[in-house]
Design a protein around this ligand. Structure first.
Ligand code: TZP
Ligand code: MG
Length: 210
């Protein structure tokens, strides 16, 4: 399983495309994982969207992760859930899910990453790596040095999210990221599949160069 390119859906900046359509295009362009993220939807509407994204990701063998909501992730047959520091604690989630179910956790530093892994996280995501306009309360970026310190502190895959795009993805991989999570660089692109393809090619090349 690889998390090279992990695309987070966002209908607000997706030029009218649904979560499922964004997921379909991103996976067609080579995204390895899709996270459904929509804080505006009711539980029921999020479940409907999740079921649609489950279908398109399963067709192409991409991972499907639901943001925030473990109940929706389980009900939709997703591969995993992504939890922030204010969501359900990872050790609680771990007790509620089958062993193969993926639990990912957002972290801000190596200490949080170590704690997340001790609680059963399957991957951690440094959030935000750089400043971003795609999450109102993201705050300042933690930077590449924080990424490198997390990479050396834990044994699970380390992703980074926030402000990553075509122009800086190689330096993120060079700093030790196992994968990058993006919203605007793919979702807001006119050609979603082409944007994903371009990022994926750069990630693969940067990994080969390490
Ligand atoms: N969590 C931390 S930063 C972020 C999220 C959901 C937004 C990332 O969006 P972009 O457009 O890839 O900077
Ligand atoms: Mg959350």
């Amino acid at each position: 399983m690889t998390y090279d390119l992990y695309v987070v859906t966002d209908e607000q900046i997706g030029h009218g495309r649904s979560h499922a359509e964004l997921a379909r295009l991103a996976v067609a362009g080579g995204a390895d994982a899709v996270q459904l993220r929509d804080k505006s939807l009711s539980c029921r509407s999020l479940l409907t969207a999740a079921r649609e994204v489950r279908v398109v990701t399963a067709e192409e063998g991409a991972l499907f992760i639901v943001n925030d909501r473990l109940d929706v992730a389980l009900a939709a047959g997703a591969d995993g859930v992504h939890l922030g520091q204010s969501d359900l604690p990872v050790e609680c989630a771990r007790r509620l899910v089958p062993p193969e179910f993926i639990v990912g956790v957002s972290v801000r530093c190596a200490d949080e990453a170590v704690r997340a892994v001790a609680g059963g996280a399957d991957y951690v995501a440094l959030s935000p790596l750089f400043a971003t306009g795609s999450k109102a309360d993201a705050g300042a970026g933690h930077g590449l040095a924080a990424l490198a310190s997390i990479r050396s502190a834990v044994g699970v895959p380390v992703l980074a999210i926030g402000g990553i795009g075509q122009r800086n993805v190689r330096e993120v991989i060079a700093a030790g990221a196992d994968g990058v999570a993006v919203i605007s660089a793919v979702v807001a692109a006119e050609d979603v599949a082409a944007a994903a393809r371009g990022l994926k090619a750069q990630i693969v090349a940067a990994k080969e160069a390490r």
